[in-house]
Design a binder for this molecule. Structure first.
Ligand code: KMH
Ligand code: ZN
Length: 308
């Protein structure tokens, strides 16, 4: 088994400020939590931006620049920019910052799907900002659009033209076959880094059987040319990550995916989750990869080629 890559997804576009006072939303908060997560052992930092004042998901280049240079200055972690943004953003908006920053890595969502966040709204008693409730409730009629044309555009714009490598987000079995289709078209090259995503309402649930089956089919489709990582949204985060570590996979944690550190207890930082999964994987006998080791494993272009 290779060394294990810990990705930390620091803020995302799912959770809202009313859900946790520890969710970083300003540039300063996102930078500080990212740097601390890297110090705790995350080799890759997966990033979305937020509006400074309201914490609303943002595609603005300025909002990305409120934390990216600071993280680059104070850590060696691989910067991975989301191209998923939020389901409310157009593809053009989602690509504004990635096009300008030319990061080492980008996320790439491998299919269109429902991305239902409205059940979370029922648990909030007090709202901090006006945008939050309608944002969550309107997700009962929202499609997270990632058509083959969108995927092809991201592969060309970010991969071919700017040398980024991808975190292929696969929420279902069908997404593996879509990825295989792009391998067959010669648009994706090994080594692939596939993120199996569990627990999003609209994708596969966080059942262990789904993980074993995803791995079985990915082995069949991609053989030696891929490695996988696991993220589980919500309370199954650590269990599925530990299962991935046991099976030879990598792990992703962070407040984008889960706001708690244990049942009923909010995580006070991203670093706290990184520390927890690091301890778990080291107890399981796996060694944690440094950012440079992750660069070799995933064949990244190096931080000197990032426009920051
Ligand atoms: N929010 C995760 C479930 C992206 O940024 O492109 C998936 C994700 C998507 O991280
Ligand atoms: Zn994300």
């Amino acid at each position: 088994m290779s060394k294990i890559i810990i990705t930390c997804a620091v803020t995302g576009s799912i959770h809202t400020p009313s859900m946790s006072p520890y969710l970083p939303v300003t540039g300063e908060e996102i930078a500080a939590q990212s740097i601390a997560a890297a110090q705790a052992g995350a080799a890759i930092i997966h990033l979305h931006a937020r509006e400074q004042r309201t914490g609303k998901p943002s595609s603005s280049f300025n909002d990305f620049m409120s934390f990216l240079p600071e993280i680059k200055l104070k850590s060696d972690a691989v910067l991975n920019l989301s191209t998923g943004g939020s389901a409310l953003m157009s593809l053009e908006d989602r690509l504004v910052a990635p096009r300008l920053v030319e990061p080492e890595m980008c996320s790439l969502n491998m299919g269109s799907m429902n991305f239902a966040l409205y059940p979370i709204a029922e648990r909030i008693e007090e709202w901090k900002h006006d945008w939050e409730k309608p944002f969550l409730e309107s997700s009962d009629d929202l499609v997270f659009k990632n058509t083959p044309r969108d995927i092809s555009c991201i592969l060309t714009e970010m991969g071919e033209k700017r040398g980024a490598r991808f975190e292929f987000e696969c929420y279902d079995l069908g997404h593996l076959y879509m990825l295989k289709h792009f391998v067959d078209r010669g648009m994706v090259r090994a080594p692939l880094f596939i993120q199996f995503v569990f627990g999003v309402l609209g994708g596969m649930g966080a059942d262990p059987e789904n993980l074993t089956h995803m791995k079985r089919i990915a082995d069949k489709l991609f053989g030696e040319s891929y490695s996988f990582s696991v993220l589980a949204a919500g309370r199954h985060q650590m269990q599925l990550a530990a299962m991935s570590a046991t099976m030879g996979g990598h792990v992703r944690v962070g407040l984008e995916d889960n706001l708690t550190i244990a049942k009923g207890t909010l995580a006070q930082s991203n670093a706290q989750q990184v520390t927890k999964i690091r301890e778990i994987v080291e107890h399981l006998g796996r060694e944690v990869a440094t950012p440079d080791e992750a660069r070799v494993l995933l064949d990244l272009k190096g931080s000197a080629h990032v426009k920051l």
